[in-house]
Design a protein. Structure first.
Length: 650
């Protein structure tokens, strides 16, 4: 863990793991590096208004350029040859060239598209380029997002063609083929709509920041820091996994890449002190999944959420921080109780790094994190904050040979960032078709109104239906795609029912993410199982059990927004304390262990769990009743223990 030997062969951090994620062939890497470098320079030029060589494209032109460049990267990085055989490899460069031509042509004519209303009446060349781009977008979403997401994009992207024949609230304005293509590509609510605008304006910078963090060995520092703090404690390696993966994932915003970065260190160490392979993999998968809920970076979906809600990203960060911390506290409760019940110890202090040297060595990462938070939260320069933080990190890490950005590491950084951005662009351009199809036909608003009407104002029914829908869609879509889809259809109904807007959107996000740790999909659990050598489905069920707080927390903050920092200071503190007690009780019931009491039986476990659930309900009477149940169970078990220990206790 404390090895400081130089490493120039650090692999690029895997891109966000969407279905169908593959690695580009070696011959295409230089093309990816070149195109990715141009795309990133274009984003920097746009973000900082550099006007390099007099080039400062309009908003829509900038988006077309980005789509063309990064769709080309996606075709090279996710080759068709791996699915159809080498003889089809020639398709990738042709599609990449087509993406560059169509995106470039549309970008060059961005001003004309707006001024002459090409969305409604375009020249033949524009129609041809729009048709090419929409076909390429569908192929891009297939490669980066998988078949299910492609079918979703096709179904809703073509919805304007038959919306006039749909019954009831599904009826909408109908378009012809040409009108549909023009609306999707030349309009501003589909392919270049909110999802793509968010990527262009906000997400690219944070993707670069995450790549810089890992390539300069920031992941090593955060794992060593977690080891120095918690490695010696009871069940220490599991706590290190929770803390380290939480911190690292909160900065990278990627679930699977976080597992692949920290898992090879944390999982074997957990197994060494007595955790089973299944349990170790489940802990790592839960910790990495929760990381995308943890500010300051969270994930792509948080930026999209801020745009949909029309609020500053910092508002989402503030709202998400308490639920995310509570999730990690609940995980720490569970791993500590499990260790206590199993008698598992921590690692010897002699094998662990010292906190002082670790902090001294890791100051560049702490400094860059401080810069990120300061620029993001204080200066409110959200879009520029990751660029400043990345620049500080690159400069600060240059003082040590093993973290310095050498030419080889610079190539790995550029390849990693380019690949990640390309996957996001390919997926979100396709999701733009879903947004556009529902928006142009007017069905999105009608669906929300009908849902509210059918629910009869019963928010509990709507939330349960929303939770199930989010969970099911999360199995076949990326989390971002699932959120965008439901933020259009479901979130407005929840808000109209009187629920807090941010809480409603976070509710959808949380439930959509559960597929990462829940069978049959359980992508995070399966990835961690591969690292641990455990059975994937068994690991998935174990992860689902450990991630129970993630199932419960959304219902808490959607009914009591104090957990998302809405309300007076007293209300916020009270709700945090009450929720902590409830989560402790629920996790104690699952682990059959209560602090100062020890093991508890089946009846006590059931009673303790019921007491915790009663405490969660935001009503004074039920909370008091739940607390009484907990005290009664503790008192009963302590009485039994003393009776057994007394001379006449039998």
């Amino acid at each position: 863990m404390t090895d400081d030997t130089p490493r120039d062969d650090i692999p690029a951090r895997p891109a966000d793991p969407e279905p169908g994620r593959r690695t580009g062939a070696a011959w295409s890497r230089w093309l990816i590096l070149g195109l990715g470098g141009i795309g990133i320079l274009l984003a920097v030029n746009q973000q900082f208004l550099l006007n390099v060589a007099g080039f400062q494209p309009l908003g829509n032109a900038y988006l077309y350029y980005l789509i063309g460049i990064f769709l080309a990267v996606a075709f090279l990085n996710l080759p068709i040859a791996q699915g159809l055989g080498r003889r089809w490899g020639w398709v990738d460069p042709i599609l990449a060239a087509a993406a560059l031509v169509s995106g470039g042509w549309l970008g060059l004519h961005g001003l004309e598209i707006i001024n002459r209303g090409w969305e409604y009446d375009a020249p033949l060349t524009a129609d041809i380029m729009a048709t090419i781009l929409i076909v390429l977008t569908l192929e891009g979403v297939r490669r980066a997002g998988g078949t299910i997401l492609l079918v979703t994009a096709l179904l809703f992207g073509t919805f304007p063609l038959y919306a006039g024949h749909m019954p009831g609230f599904l009826w909408g304005t109908q378009f012809s083929w040409l009108e549909t293509i023009r609306a999707h590509v030349l309009g501003v609510e589909s392919i270049i709509g909110i999802p793509m605008q968010v990527v262009a304006d906000l997400v690219i910078g944070f993707v670069i920041f995450g790549s810089v963090l890992v390539i300069t060995r920031g992941s090593d520092f955060f794992m060593e820091l977690a080891s120095a703090l918690l490695g010696h404690s009871r069940g220490g390696p599991a706590k290190v996994a929770v803390l380290g993966s939480g911190i690292l994932g909160s900065l990278s915003g990627s679930v699977i890449s976080n597992i692949l970065t920290s898992g090879p260190f944390s999982i074997p160490t957990m197994k060494r002190v007595g955790y089973s392979a299944k349990y170790a993999a489940a802990i790592e998968s839960c910790a990495s999944t929760g990381a995308t809920l943890m500010p300051p970076v969270m994930g792509t979906v948080a930026f999209v959420m801020a745009s949909f809600l029309g609020v500053q990203y910092s508002a989402i960060v503030v709202a998400a921080v308490i639920p995310a911390l509570l999730f990690y506290v609940a995980l720490l409760f569970q791993v500590d109780m499990y260790a206590a019940r199993k008698g598992l110890e921590g690692l010897p202090r002699a094998e662990l790094p010292k906190i002082g040297p670790v902090l001294l060595k890791g100051w560049p990462y702490l400094l860059s994190l401080a810069v990120l938070i300061y620029v993001l939260m204080v200066l409110r320069m959200e879009a520029r904050s990751p660029y400043y933080a990345s620049a500080v990190m690159i400069v600060a890490t240059s003082f040590r040979k093993e973290t310095r950005l050498t030419p080889r590491r610079a190539r790995a950084l550029l390849l990693d960032a380019s690949s990640n951005i390309a996957s996001l662009v390919a997926v979100l351009a396709g999701i733009g078709l879903v947004v556009g199809g529902l928006s142009y036909t007017g069905v999105a608003g009608a669906f929300s109104r009908e849902l509210l009407l059918y629910a009869g104002g019963n928010t509990a029914l709507m939330l349960i239906a929303g939770a199930i829908t989010s969970f099911v869609l999360g199995m076949g879509m990326t989390v971002t795609a699932c959120y965008i889809f439901l933020s259009i259809l479901l979130a407005p109904a929840l808000v109209q029912a009187g629920l807090h807007p941010i809480a409603s959107h976070l509710f959808i996000l949380y439930w959509g993410m559960l597929s990462y740790i829940t069978p049959p999909v359980a992508l995070a659990a399966i990835t961690a199982a591969n690292v641990a050598g455990s059975k994937p489905m068994e690991t998935g069920f174990q992860a689902m059990r450990l991630g129970l707080p993630l199932f419960v927390l959304p219902f808490i903050f959607v009914y009591d927004p104090a957990l998302i920092m809405v309300g007076s200071g007293f209300e916020i503190v009270k709700r945090i304390l009450v929720t902590l007690v409830a989560l402790w009780a629920i996790t104690s019931a699952f682990e059959a262990w209560v602090y100062r009491v020890g093991r508890i039986g089946a009846v006590s476990r059931l009673s303790f769990g019921i007491g915790g659930i009663l405490i969660i309900v935001p009503e004074p009477a039920t909370s008091i009743g739940g607390a009484a149940v907990l005290l009664a169970v503790i008192g009963y078990n302590l009485f039994r223990q003393r009776r057994k220990l007394s001379p006449t206790g039998g």
